[in-house]
Design a protein around this ligand. Structure first.
Ligand SMILES: Cc1cc2nc3c(=O)[nH]c(=O)nc-3n(C[C@H](O)[C@H](O)[C@H](O)COP(=O)(O)OP(=O)(O)OC[C@H]3O[C@@H](n4cnc5c(N)ncnc54)[C@H](O)[C@@H]3O)c2cc1C
Length: 519
């Protein structure tokens, strides 16, 4: 992406006192091949030119702010490159055109209900209040949702709103990015916004009073420093950092399905200056994904339909101990996800026999029987054997546990009862060959994140804000906006909305007013 480099006088450079006065009196940060980007004089230094960072830059620049967008990638856009693009708001013009009555209050109540009361009320409140203007802005500037939208939810059995307010374009996340990119163009051309790509923010610069004054960064082996009035951390989550993921969530990060640069660097920036994290316990992983392997960065290879409304189950699900842990026709995806979290290694296997294979509708979404058969004992997640004992060995399931479970289940099928309350149990599991398909609970988002107040100021452990430091987007943790559930559109929507709000609210120049609620 072409960048516009703008130079201006250095008299706006922030004076740093004490130890940090030893910081190099650098005014220009050298940049290979395109001149130099000023080191100081920025109103906003934004770490992460993605979903939250770009609206922040656009709306700050529209007010005349000077904005530096630092990104480790070689392009702007972040997760918008790959997201499904699903957003939601109450009071959009697309709702009005279809006569749908809705309010941010209703949206807030609905979203809090879906989050099981676990989302951050202030963040949700602000998001619901400001999301309509953000989505109307996208719609006004070319986002074209699918004709039937807005809707209440996406799939049966997944959490849904009570009022249709959920929408996305056929081109998904890239459609949002296209709008945002277009809106950024005039700000880049004006010279008020400058991008500093291929540059990793590696630290924050504090003065003696503990006020954040800037960002340290690395570009092509060079150390750089950028000074600004406000530093925004909009660097996304940590789903692509398996060590940090396991450390923060206590589960293996099997899947590498998130934006590659979501390495959690922003969490480190905040904690390095006293910020603290929350939401470790709000990790959520769904049932149904079949990954390429159990080694990070596995990809989603296929889907086994675990939604009973769409395909009632014929198989049993067992954990590594060979034990069933839920009625397989549990209708709520939330309940399935919560019980999965309690299984060792977030792992379970769908077990069935030849008779079920022949009679049941195929479980692998969109697959033929031939395709399925070609995977058994040829793909690490698909196992087949002539006996249940041999199947258990192949699928790393406790054999005694599996044998006992199958016996119990079959007895229940004969009696017409089930100890876990399952209703759909058409056949016992009795005739080999036997089959197992291994599922791993995985997630493309990260639940833990930086604690902020309602003004999005990064807080210290004692609850005091760290002066000049703000955060928005997934770096706040999915737990802040979703709790431990899925809420339609409530990762992209808060990132875009709160990023924009920071851009249009934080004081620049002589302006002191803020549209953010007082703390
Ligand atoms: C496959 C997929 C589909 C999704 N679909 C949806 C959906 O439909 N609806 C929804 O609500 N949510 C969805 N999400 C989640 C949502 O897209 C993200 O939570 C959201 O886009 C994150 O926005 P962000 O601004 O926090 O991070 P990003 O958009 O990822 O931006 C962060 C930026 O920071 C940069 N960066 C990172 N570290 C540094 C560093 N140290 N220095 C400099 N730059 C850095 C990155 O390169 C990146 O450009 C999806 C996620 C995935 C992975």
């Amino acid at each position: 992406m072409a960048s516009t480099v703008h130079y201006w006088a250095m008299e706006r450079r922030t004076l740093i006192s004490g130890a940090l006065s030893l910081a190099p009196l650098m005014t220009l940060a050298p940049l290979v091949g395109r001149g130099a980007v000023p080191s100081s004089g920025w109103d906003f230094v934004i770490v992460g030119a993605g979903t939250a960072g770009l609206p922040a830059a656009i709306f700050a620049s529209r007010r005349g702010a000077r904005v530096l967008l630092i990104d480790v990638a070689d392009d702007i856009g972040g997760t918008m490159h790959m997201a499904n693009g699903q957003v939601s708001a109450a009071g959009t013009r697309i709702q009005a055109a279809k006569g749908i009555e809705d309010t941010p209050d209703d949206h807030f109540e609905d979203a809090m209900r879906l989050s099981m009361g676990l989302a951050d009320r202030d963040i949700l409140r602000t998001t619901c209040d400001r999301a309509p203007e953000m989505i109307n802005w996208l719609l006004d500037n070319g986002l074209t949702p699918i004709a039937e939208h807005p809707v209440t939810g996406s799939n049966p059995g997944r959490p849904a709103y009570t009022i249709p307010r959920y929408l996305w374009a056929a081109e998904e996340g890239p459609a949002i990015l296209a709008v945002v990119r277009k809106q950024l163009e005039p700000e880049l051309a004006s010279g008020r916004v400058v991008t500093q790509l291929n540059t990793r923010a590696s630290g924050l610069i504090l003065d003696n009073a503990g006020t954040v004054r800037g960002v340290r960064a690395k570009h092509a082996g060079q150390s750089l420093e950028f000074f600004g009035r406000h530093v925004l951390i909009t660097s996304g989550g940590y789903a692509m950092n398996p060590e940090l993921f396991e450390q923060l969530n206590g589960f293996p990060a099997y899947s590498g399905g998130a934006y590659p640069h979501n390495q959690g660097g922003g969490l480190g920036l905040a904690t390095s200056v006293g910020g603290w994290l929350r939401g470790h316990e709000l990790h959520r992983a769904g049932t149904g994904n079949i990954l390429t392997s159990d080694q990070f960065p596995a990809r989603v290879y296929g889907r086994f339909n675990t939604t009973p409304q769409a395909r009632p189950p014929w198989e049993i699900w067992v954990n590594d101990h060979g034990q069933r842990f839920i009625r397989e026709d549990e209708p709520e995806s939330y309940n399935r996800a919560m019980v999965l979290l309690k299984q060792p290694r977030l792992r379970y296997s769908v077990v069935f026999d030849q008779e079920i294979l022949e009679q049941a509708p195929i479980g692998m979404t969109g697959w033929s029987t031939e395709r399925l058969m070609s995977h058994f004992n040829a793909h690490p997640m698909f196992h087949a054997a002539d006996s249940l004992e041999a199947l258990a060995a192949r699928a790393e399931i406790d054999a005694d546990g599996l044998l006992a479970t199958v016996e119990d289940y079959n007895a229940g099928v004969r009696r017409g009862t089930d100890e876990l309350g399952r209703e759909h149990k058409p056949l016992p599991i009795r005739r080999g060959p036997f089959y197992a398909i291994t599922h791993l609970g995985s997630s493309a988002t990260s639940s833990a994140g930086i604690v902020v107040d309602k003004q999005l100021r990064v807080l210290r452990g004692n609850g005091e804000p760290i002066p000049n430091l703000y955060a928005a987007g997934e770096v706040l943790g999915s737990g802040a906006t979703l709790g431990n559930n899925f809420i339609p559109g409530f990762m992209l929507t808060p990132a875009l909305t709160l990023g924009r709000l920071l851009g249009e609210s934080l004081p620049i120049g002589e302006q002191r007013s803020s549209r953010l609620a007082p703390s």
